[in-house]
Design a protein around this ligand. Structure first.
Ligand code: BES
Ligand code: ZN
Length: 624
């Protein structure tokens, strides 16, 4: 790192004293986002903004690093300093329009990283940063060949949301700031590289790949994956990328993707991004899915062979409108991304699979949010049950949960039910069209909504209570699922000792089984071995079923939880799967039932298989 005290002092002076009064403002930028203050970024867009990136990187699997140059084009009319977000980057040189300049890295914050200050001569055009990552870069997961399905080649993938783009790219890492990008990525010969951009469908003979994302996107949607990956088309605009041994299964699983895309367009307007493909990642992917534009990243735990978990694809596809077109301005407005997306996901599922199916999803969503409100309130964190979040000083990754997703969903569902579906859908179509490629604040959404609703509707719904108050408002809609009613009935009968005939549940989806298991109470604990024998939960291949079953047994059936078969299944799952949503409740259940030591032992083996995002959460939980 270079550090010139004099230049540093001057830059500090510029930024702390001169910048706030700076009269110059970039000319061609979305002014609304220019004045957003994002507590999770050091960028000062009112002073200087970037509008395009040309990224040239080499992927070095031996050293576990990326290295190369990021060429940033500045928006015209910039001020005298550019501030970028960085987190543990090895910056070797910076040039402005071909001339080397001194730069300064500010103090490191453990969550936000370091601001990179670059002094800009008047009328600068391009800032080129030569840099490399370190092997521990938090967005990146480097998997050895043994950690992949095919075991032939290593694998790399990124996870940039929420604020990890800065751990592999010096950038203005704020969801309210967008830029176009091109990239040229050199990978070892024989491997495929993919990004959130135009993608190849075949491997390049020389391992060199060119990408382009001509639509401006925020940094959290930057993505890269490299590995032993093949492609197969599913529909006109849809396809699947996966390791060769996973490809056929994935193509079957996502066979209805094109239908989903058509249903989504029929609901809320044309798909803006060209192709929609899905990349199936190795099991350590820390999320279910990530809506990287043109290329959703997905966990392999949804490849179940029966298409039972494809609502996750509907969810990530829906983000192509809610999130990628209309983007939360800051992570405090995260519910605008996720609440809208859960709502849209549900509507896609209803259109493709029927109301009955969609109401099951809504039922699970309701159970999730009500449970979360009880938990958070009991922990004295009722403030965290507000839709509009206050994440200053916290890691925005910690705000991912049922409040933004499911409370957000129910708020929008209430709007639909109050003003009628026809009017609500027309409103949403207009909302996406008018705000496309812009960022959205909660407060601006409230203004837009206010214009749509009559005074009476406004009072009836109470949007401000939904958004700014804790808990669940009394007017929360109730899902009605006949399929879940049938599950409840079966559970009651089972409790009375009446065995159900196989034919009565052989058609159940994973959602029905999840609902069944979640309906079990402490008093059913003694019957757990019987349940397991009859329904084979511990042997299930479906991760959603397994994870709720594990938690139920650990908490309510201590003897069964100690059985060899159960412990093997549990430790196998925890070692294989790195999806945080499954890991956290399971490790928490172990910790809270006096099995912290065993949990730590399993975790010691499993940890090298997890992505940094999952490690961070589990480390904190288990006190590692
Ligand atoms: N964008 C999120 C994942 C995310 C959110 C990553 C915040 C990092 C920070 C993605 O769309 C998502 O919601 N994934 C869910 C899918 C589920 C709701 C269908 C997941 O991973 O579980
Ligand atoms: Zn989402």
């Amino acid at each position: 790192m270079k550090l010139f005290p004099l230049a540093a002092g001057l830059i500090m002076l510029f930024t702390t004293i001169l910048l706030p009064g700076c009269k110059e403002s970039p000319s061609n930028v979305n002014m609304e986002s220019t004045f957003i203050t994002d507590p999770h970024s050091y960028a000062k867009p009112a002073v200087s903004r970037v509008e395009a990136l040309d990224l040239q990187l080499t992927v070095d699997f031996d050293a576990k690093i990326l290295f190369g140059t990021a060429h940033w084009t500045l928006a015209p009319g910039h001020g005298d300093t550019l501030i970028l977000d960085t987190y543990d980057l090895d910056i070797s040189a910076i040039e402005i329009d071909g001339k080397g300049v001194a730069f300064l890295l500010g103090a490191k914050d453990p969550i936000l990283g370091q601001p990179l200050f670059i002094p800009l001569p008047a009328n600068s055009k391009q800032v080129s940063i030569r840099y490399g990552t370190f092997p521990g870069a938090r967005a990146l997961q480097w998997l050895s060949a043994e950690q992949t399905a095919g075991k032939k080649q290593p694998f790399l993938f990124t996870q940039s949301q929420a604020i990890l783009a800065r751990t592999w790219l010096p950038c203005q890492d704020s969801p309210g700031l967008r830029y176009r990008y091109k990239a040229s990525i050199q990978v070892p010969v024989g491997m495929m590289a993919l990004m959130s951009a135009t993608n190849p469908q075949q491997r390049a003979a020389d391992g060199k790949y060119q990408f382009e994302m001509e639509i401006p996107v925020p940094a959290y949607l930057m993505a890269l994956a490299v590995g032993d990956i093949d492609f197969k088309s599913v529909g006109n605009r849809t396809g699947v990328y996966a390791e060769p041994s996973m490809l056929e299964k994935s193509v079957y699983e996502f066979g209805e993707m094109e239908k989903m895309l058509e249903a989504a367009e029929a609901l809320y307007g044309p798909y803006a991004w060209g192709r929609y493909d899905v990349l199936v990642l190795p099991p350590s992917f820390p999320f279910g899915g990530m809506e990287n534009p043109r290329l959703t990243f997905a966990t392999p735990t949804i490849i179940t062979g029966d298409r039972s978990l494809v609502s996750l694809i509907a969810h990530e596809l829906a983000h192509s409108w809610s999130g990628n077109l209309v983007t939360n301005a800051t992570w405090n407005d995260f519910w605008l991304n996720e609440g809208f997306t859960v709502y849209f996901e549900n509507r896609i599922m209803e259109a493709v699979y029927g109301r009955d199916y969609a109401e099951m999803l809504a039922g699970i969503s309701h159970a999730d949010v009500m449970e979360e409100i009880v938990d958070l309130t009991a922990q004295g964190k009722a403030d965290k049950t507000k839709l509009k979040a206050q994440m200053e000083g916290e890691d925005p990754d910690d705000g991912v949960g049922p409040i933004a997703y499911d409370k957000g969903y129910y708020f929008l569902r209430l709007l639909e039910e109050t003003i009628g579906r026809e009017r609500w859908d027309a409103f949403l179509r207009g909302y996406f069209a008018e705000n496309a490629f812009k960022s959205m604040h909660t407060e601006r959404f409230i203004d837009i909504l206010k214009k749509e609703l009559t005074e009476e509707e406004w009072k009836l719904i109470g949007p401000k209570a939904w958004i700014y108050e804790t808990g669940m408002p009394a007017n929360c809609p109730q899902p009605e699922s006949q399929r879940f009613d049938a599950v409840r009935l079966k559970l009651e009968q089972w409790r009375k000792g009446e065995k159900a005939a196989k034919s009565e549940y052989s058609q159940w989806s994973a959602h029905e089984w999840v609902y069944f298991i979640r309906g079990l109470e402490a008093k059913d604990g003694a019957n757990t071995p019987l349940l397991d024998e009859e329904f084979g939960f511990t042997k299930s291949k479906n991760a959603e079923i397994l994870s709720v079953w594990f938690v139920y047994v650990i908490r309510n059936a201590p003897a069964h939880a100690q059985s060899k078969a159960f412990k093997e299944a549990l430790s196998g799952f925890l070692t294989q799967v790195g999806r945080r949503k499954f890991l956290m409740p399971t490790y928490r259940a172990l910790k809270e039932t006096g099995q912290l030591e065993w949990a730590r032992t399993v975790y010691t083996t499993a940890r090298p298989n997890y992505h940094a995002v999952a490690r961070q959460s589990v480390d904190a939980l288990l006190g590692i």
